[in-house]
Design a protein around this ligand. Structure first.
Ligand SMILES: [Zn+2]
Length: 97
């Protein structure tokens, strides 16, 4: 498991389970939401790129797909993507004169 893409996982009802080994916190994401950030890639492609929303670490992030039953799913808290904020970053250059 894990070789298929995020959108495929979303299609078949899987969730992306993300655990941070530093914070020891687990969150569940909709793979289709994650695909909006990283593109329709596999888990292997986002390994090392997914930051913990709490400590911002990416080295200790463990990603896997889970397939909750409908009964389990209603009890779970799933993170929904609200929006993607684009941050304005100034770029400076020193010019003579
Ligand atoms: Zn963390």
């Amino acid at each position: 498991m894990g070789a298929h893409t995020l959108n495929k996982a979303d299609e078949i009802g899987q969730l992306l389970k993300v655990r941070c080994g530093v914070c020891r916190v687990t969150h569940f994401y909709r793979p289709g939401d994650v695909a909006q950030l990283f593109g329709d890639v596999t888990i292997l492609d986002i390994e090392g790129r997914f930051h913990c929303s709490r400590c911002n670490s990416k080295e200790w992030i463990d990603l896997k797909y889970v397939m909750p039953s409908a009964a389990d799913r209603v009890k779970m808290t799933v993170r929904h993507l609200v929006k993607i904020k684009s941050v304005r970053v100034p770029v400076w250059r020193d010019v003579k004169g």
